[in-house]
Write a protein that binds this ligand. Structure first.
Ligand SMILES: Cc1ncc(C[n+]2csc(CCOP(=O)(O)OP(=O)(O)O)c2C)c(N)n1
Length: 375
């Protein structure tokens, strides 16, 4: 059994400076310590996959993150592990617990199957792992191996078993200051511009901000308007763009504009609660809502029934807008916000007929985007 603070101190020595995840009873000591001890921090994620995306964003922004969660949630994290971390070679240190350990102490029935396949799950995804350190002497070498993998841009996991970390009580937990909910500015009109027109404006008025395009055609259209270091085409990990953006906003002072789609946003809408909670003023969440899954054939997404800006307001975003006119978008792109802004922009469905696909590999896109954020 090791001590939470010893492990975290060694994490810091190896450069891991952002802790995110979704709680598990086995993780209680580690998470409690990151929350209670002033030298650490914890970004509580609503979903394990979003924790992975936050961790990936942290690397892009110049940090190094640990994402920890229960093995029940490893399934929630598969898509961002494979399509984001693995596809772009974006490293992070993962810690998954092992509820339902085969041959271990009796556990709840819902953990049995996942317990038996947790390690295999990581192996199938070709993610390296080792057992969570058991003794003080094992901590430094284990974290050194994790850091070596990190430096090679490869995710690395520890699998934590019951009783691996000694108790650590929550000694201090800052209460969130809940600000009054923002009023939503309603400016929808009947005339809609196309996504390409909206993206042209985003490019023109972004004033050096990082542009993070969600899965599907948003990235392809952004690419066709001019491929450059400022752009990150997330291509896969649908729904993770806001969390990836949050990871960037927490580690880089640059402004990041997350360009989201309605289908993607609804896939992981829980992450809006995390964005609202952190309310970073260098993050803008721009939803280009065409009311369909354009990228997969134009099926209705159901988004016309959803008041996204009201949800953003309820989640604590500091400014929330519903717009459709180009000049409203321009004026918001020129605005410095006090916290995270949410812009719900209705656009026309459809895309240019001849749409390319990014030729730069995801690994190159990640590398140059990271350098752009540093510049
Ligand atoms: C996890 C996951 N599920 C499904 C898909 C397939 N897919 C790719 S883009 C897309 C639709 C995205 O819809 P939306 O966010 O509204 O963007 P639009 O295509 O309209 O630009 C879907 C379902 C995927 N890439 N990943």
């Amino acid at each position: 059994m090791i001590n939470a603070q010893d492990f975290l101190t060694e994490c810091s020595k190896q450069g891991f400076n952002l802790f995110t995840g979704t709680p598990c009873s086995y993780l209680k000591p580690l998470i409690n310590a990151t929350i209670s001890l002033p030298e650490f921090n914890f970004v509580d994620s609503t979903n394990e996959g979003d924790a992975v995306a936050i961790a990936c964003g942290a690397w892009l922004g110049g940090g190094a993150a640990v994402a920890m969660f229960q093995n029940s949630g490893l399934g929630n994290a598969v898509n961002p592990i494979t399509s984001l971390s693995r596809a772009f070679n974006i490293p992070f240190l993962g810690i998954t617990t092992l509820r339902g350990e085969p041959g271990g102490k009796a556990d709840e029935p819902q953990h049995q199957i996942m317990g038996a396949i947790t390690a295999k799950f990581l192996e199938v995804m070709e993610v390296k792992w080792e057992w969570f350190p058991q003794t003080l002497e094992q901590i430094a070498p284990a974290l050194k191996r994790a850091k070596e993998s990190f430096d090679k841009r490869q995710a690395y996991f520890f699998i934590m078993r019951d009783g691996d970390v000694d108790k650590f009580s929550l000694t201090k937990q800052e209460k969130l200051t809940v600000a009054a909910k923002a009023d939503v500015t309603h400016k929808f009109t009947k005339e809609l511009i196309t996504r390409t027109q909206a993206l042209e404006l985003v490019k023109e008025y972004s004033n050096g901000a990082a542009l993070l395009a969600s899965t599907g055609k948003a990235g392809r259209e952004l690419h066709d308007l001019g491929d450059n270091d400022q752009n990150f085409y997330m291509v896969g990990s649908m729904g993770c763009a806001p969390s990836l953006g949050l990871g960037i906003a927490l580690t880089s002072s640059k402004k990041t504009i997350v360009i989201d789609g309605d289908g993607a946003l609804m896939m992981r809408m829980g992450n809006m609660a995390t964005l609202g909670r952190f309310n970073k003023n260098n993050l803008v969440h721009l939803l280009l809502d065409n009311e369909v899954h354009d990228s997969t054939g134009g099926q209705a997404s159901g988004s016309e029934n959803v008041a996204f800006a009201q949800i953003a307001s309820a989640c604590g975003y500091s400014e929330c807008y519903e717009i459709s006119r180009a000049d409203d978008l321009i004026s918001l792109l020129k605005t410095d916000f006090k916290g995270t802004a949410f812009i719900h922009m209705k656009i026309q469905a459809g895309s240019p007929e001849k749409l390319g696909r990014p030729k730069t590999t995801p690994i190159e896109v990640a590398e140059r985007f990271k350098n752009f954020l540093k510049s």
